[in-house]
Design a protein around this ligand. Structure first.
Ligand SMILES: [Zn+2]
Length: 66
């Protein structure tokens, strides 16, 4: 994962059959993995990054507080 700063990364299994979507928020450390073509498609369609940022605990605190 070197160089991955977070967000959604979609890849496929070695056989190229099953898409895998990894979601990572580097701000709060939330990590999710979705596998399967339909699930990945729905997951991406739901805009997980935007959705998460609205609820991200790291964002709730504010970057400069304390
Ligand atoms: Zn977060």
């Amino acid at each position: 994962m070197t160089g991955w700063v977070g967000g959604v990364q979609v890849r496929r299994t070695e056989r190229g059959q099953t898409p895998i979507a990894d979601f990572l928020c580097t701000a709060c450390g939330t990590y999710r993995r979705v596998t399967g073509r339909d699930k990945v498609r729905d997951f991406l369609r739901a805009n997980p990054i935007t959705d998460h940022r609205a609820h991200c605990p790291a964002n709730q605190k504010g970057p400069t507080s304390t």
